[in-house]
Design a protein around this ligand. Sequence first.
Ligand SMILES: [Zn+2]
Length: 528
Amino acid sequence: MRPLLLATAILLSQPALSAPATTPAERWMGHLKVLADDKMEGRLTGTPGYDRAAAYVAGEFQKLGLTPAGTNGFYQPVELTEQTVDLKASRLELVGKGNVPLVLGEQVLVGTRVPQIKGAFDAPLVFIGSGLHLPEQGHDDFAGMDLAGKIVVVLAGGPSRLSGALKSHARTAEFWPAMQRAGAIGSITVANPKQMDIPWERQKLFAETPGMRLSAPELNDAKRPFFTATFSPAEAEMLFLASGRSFGEMLKIADAGETLPRFDLNLRLKGEIVARDRDFTSPNVVGLLPGRDRKLKGEYVVLTAHLDHVGVDKPVNGDAVYNGAMDNASGIASMIESGRALAKKRPKRSVLLVAVTGEERGLLGSRYNANRPTVPAGALVANINMDMFLPLWPFTHVTALGAEESTLGAVSAKAAQGVGARQVPDEAPERNLFVRSDQYSFVRVGIPALALKFAAVSPEEQAIQKDWLTNRYHAPSDDLNQPINPDYVLPFNRYLETLILDVANAPARPTWNQESFFRRFEPAQSAP
Ligand SMILES: [Zn+2]
């Protein structure tokens, strides 16, 4: 218990009074203990707990001697809008031969990220396969469909011939513009049970959790309101009953990696979603280590980790605080410690340390920072992101998501070698992790990026990882009571420092590989 009390004392006292942590392992663990303490209340974006965590990070940046590089000291306030759905006042029913009322929060989870349409609606349902608009790949689930005034139903995923990156891109950046052009009024997503990270029973716990979006519509993919919901895969058969086809048949086609058919479901969805909005701000925390090279200091390597987590929510085994120790206090702890090491080494390029807000609500703080950087636009040369890198076993292998996409991959492989670790490809490409955390916000504005993970190589490591994802991911048990060995992190931190240093000191800035899918996001003026 003593270290925990000590951490609390650091939190509540002046920085000058904080006890000196002596070893690197103690320092890293010290940050973790502060950030994942119950006092931080799960660091939900927009709550006092998050603000306390942000103040702690700003204080640590200050102690490291970093230059404040937000718009307000170390802070870059991000304007956000929170949407809360009133489940009791909302209603949905399927209308076919008879009327079937749907149980909100059980059979259907109402979406909270995209603004819900106001007022009652009554719209035909159309199944459009995976809902992917990728005409240049010869795949367009919107083509030839009359979707005006209708609600589309999609089975998440897509044919195996399309890469995970393409599919995820199509479901985010391409999906909402395609919906808008088609005049559709909403979408229902059904997850493939084989690809669900969080079981439906646990997803249901968040049914009444508000969602967030960036307040500026131009920064969001969906630029106008839509009805949005996800449907329980166990209940999805009822959506297909009137179509002459079945959900089971669709799953078989999807699991075989084939292209799904598209057809009318011969049902309408009738209802009204009652939701209210609240505007607020939540800060990214931005610290700058100025480069020492007179010319290169005008270029920035951006290290990111999200500081937010999911807050206090439905209790699990009597615990309602979702502490987010691995997700992502661990990443912030490594960011602070790498800042300490880099400050001593004075890299040629400048290094920005950005603890971002709103990741758990849709990569919001990073999207804001990437689109409205606090340094000159075009001066960001690389993004290295850490999100839940899972130091649950010794650091012998690393996966740098995105390594195959840019020149950063080789730099990372060499840095790993330097600490006796080996870089290996993503062992679960179907989870699409490269486009699911903050690095993707930078990728989308053309900046080469990597996201770092401990690779699970042995069957034992894979079992530990699977158990963690099933039982602790986004659960209150991702807390300080889980076994955490800071010694596993130390070689990772040294690898991270070397990686950043090598990128910051290289004569040329990193570039996307010629054949990389993500090269499309490069701003036109910098493309060769
Ligand atoms: Zn995370």
